[in-house]
Design a protein around this ligand. Structure first.
Ligand code: PAF
Length: 271
């Protein structure tokens, strides 16, 4: 991996889809070898979550990554990523100092405590191994993107020359945000899952964040989804907002019979 120093890195957990392909395509043409990583990171899953059943499709991942323009796929064994073992890695993840945006009340940390510790740990480890010049993350995981961008900003000099970039969410023709977890949905659940994007679209017409939040909750309830959160926040630091004067983001996490779905949308600026 050290030989890959200077690459463009696209970290993934595999089960690649067109959303990942768009990240890989974006990384091409930058004069850097493009490396996609495939690693289902155990430290970012709580014991009751879907680590064991998370789809593992390495052969098709490699094929998709190559078609999208990746020069290499790095799918490390656990020992490469966590040489001190998984128990030690879990302890270290829990003790990591995280950027403030990771702990923002009412968002992912409230529902998945410890999740961002594992995410920052594995991404930092991959950066240490690969020394990338460019790293690209999808905007579907908006808070993750803000957390990782803040993580790099908090450690100037640790990854010299690293540029962090995000790429827009890719959607299915019906509007559902592409996600590896969409494979968990049964055909009959699809229309209910579309409640997330419909809620975001309804919110985009609101004149005030509180109205947007109420409209999102109503739309999610109409689709019989259990809401973890449906909020409007400042796009950068995810602080609560009282208007749409600066860039804001509507963010939703909701559960459909055990399948957890997330999505988000930039809100129009109104002055
Ligand atoms: O977004 C993901 O797929 C994962 O959280 C990441 C960034 C690859 C870390 O495991």
């Amino acid at each position: 991996m050290a030989a890959l120093g200077g690459c463009a890195l696209v970290p993934t957990m595999g089960a690649l889809h067109d959303g990942h392909a768009s990240l890989i395509r974006r990384a091409t043409g930058r004069g850097l070898p493009v490396v996609a990583t495939v690693f289902v990171n155990p430290t970012q899953f709580a014991p009751h979550e879907d680590f064991a059943r998370y789809p593992r499709t390495l052969d098709s991942d490699v094929a998709l990554a190559e078609r999208a323009g990746a020069d290499a796929v790095y799918a490390p064994p656990h020992e490469d990523v966590y040489p001190r073992g998984l128990d030690a890695a879990r302890t270290e993840a829990a003790a990591l100092a995280l950027p403030e945006v990771a702990r923002m009340p009412g968002l992912e940390d409230a529902c998945r405590p410890g999740h961002f510790g594992g995410v920052c740990q594995v991404v930092a480890r991959l950066f240490d191994l690969a020394c990338p010049r460019l790293a690209i993350f999808g905007e579907k995981d908006w808070q993750q993107w803000r957390v990782l961008d803040a993580m790099v900003a908090c450690e100037p000099g640790r990854w010299p020359g690293l540029r962090m970039e995000s790429a827009p969410t890719v959607r299915e023709p019906d509007g559902l945000a592409m996600s590896s977890r969409n494979r968990y949905l049964r055909p009959g659940q699809r229309d209910r899952a579309l409640g997330l994007v419909r809620a975001l679209q309804v919110a985009a017409g609101a004149q005030h964040p509180h109205t947007a939040e109420r409209l999102m909750r109503e739309t999610l309830a109409d689709h019989a989804l259990e809401v973890d959160y449906a909020v409007v926040r400042a796009a950068g630091d995810l602080m609560p907002v009282s208007g749409f004067e600066r860039p804001t983001r509507a963010l939703i996490a909701a559960r459909l019979e055990g399948v957890r779905l997330i999505d988000n949308l930039a809100m129009p600026i109104c002055r």
